[in-house]
Write a protein that binds this ligand. Structure first.
Ligand SMILES: Nc1ncnc2c1ncn2[C@@H]1O[C@H](COP(=O)(O)OP(=O)(O)OP(=O)(O)O)[C@@H](O)[C@H]1O
Ligand SMILES: [Mg+2]
Length: 267
């Protein structure tokens, strides 16, 4: 069941990359994982080999459907994707209105998948403060805030810590964690900012991901970083983060055994 929300006050920091590669890593370790795209850019699906011409998704009809699972696509062993899909401007406004004003909107749409034992749901959020993030506040069990190893992200840490970006998860289950992305140890500033984050966030920091050319390459080829470049720093970093997430979520993973689930409801 656990629902993990990947978000950030900033755009372009790697939310979608972290969502996709965390999902690949957890699925590879044997967990059943569903990624859900709440960003109408509809980019998450492109990390899973879904053709760019395939614009299906849940957002356009999310208000009239009581269950969004009919739009779930299988992306690999244990791995499922619920794309946002293409939306017109009117559909986007209605989607955001539902997110803002329908108290059980997300719980209802995901109710079937949230009931599947052991299923990990990872939600990719649009950047900044937005309707999806507000709606997710009381629903998410765990929040992962992605920041860059730069001074702009550093300046955003105090308002995040003071919960001006997002309130504490209402269900108070697993709380808020951080990932610092695009750390470059060859640059003094990036190194200093990374060290500052490490000291300040301590156990709340799931890990740091190195800036690595294999990341955009993996994105471009719609595959996992660990498949494109298994011995890269970024692949190692993702693996490390996924193991920490598995421990926090209480998942029994680590043997790399696939269950080869063909249906989202299968065991
Ligand atoms: N560790 C990394 N090293 C190198 N490039 C990276 C790394 N992480 C992400 N990128 C690149 O940064 C860009 C932005 O990543 P991504 O789309 O995941 O960010 P985002 O936070 O989801 O953006 P948006 O706010 O638009 O949703 C992509 O081109 C991605 O390939
Ligand atoms: Mg994104």
């Amino acid at each position: 069941m656990p629902l993990v929300c990947v978000c950030s006050p900033k755009g372009g920091v790697g939310k979608t990359t972290v969502t996709a590669n965390l999902a690949y890593a957890l699925a590879r370790s044997g967990s059943k994982v569903l990624v859900v795209d709440f960003d109408t850019q509809n980019a998450l699906r492109l990390h899973f080999g879904i053709p760019i011409s395939d614009n299906r998704g849940f957002a356009a009809q999310s208000g009239t459907l009581s269950d969004w699972s009919q739009f779930i696509l299988k992306a690999g062993p244990n791995l499922f994707v619920l794309p946002c899909g293409e939306v017109t401007e009117d559909e986007r406004l209605l989607f955001e209105d539902n997110l803002m004003n329908e108290p059980m909107f997300i719980q209802r749409g995901l109710s079937a998948v949230l009931k599947i034992p052991g299923m990990v749901v990872i939600a990719d959020m649009p950047p900044g403060r937005n309707a999806a993030l507000k709606a997710m506040q009381g629903v998410a069990d765990m929040r992962i805030v992605v920041l860059l190893a730069d001074t702009a992200s550093l300046s955003l840490l105090p308002p995040i810590e003071q919960h001006k970006f997002m309130n504490e998860p209402l269900n108070h289950k697993m709380g808020e964690y951080y990932v610092v992305n695009q750390s470059d140890m060859r640059r003094t500033l990036s190194r200093d900012v990374t060290h500052f984050f490490e000291q300040r966030l301590q156990g709340k920091l799931l890990g740091t991901i190195h800036r690595d050319e294999c990341v955009p390459e993996a994105n471009a080829s719609q595959r996992a970083i660990m498949d494109i470049s298994p011995v890269s720093a970024a692949a190692f970093d993702i693996e490390h983060i996924s193991k920490k997430v598995a421990v926090i979520l209480g998942l029994s993973v680590g043997d790399g055994a696939y269950h080869h689930t063909t249906s989202i409801y299968g065991s």
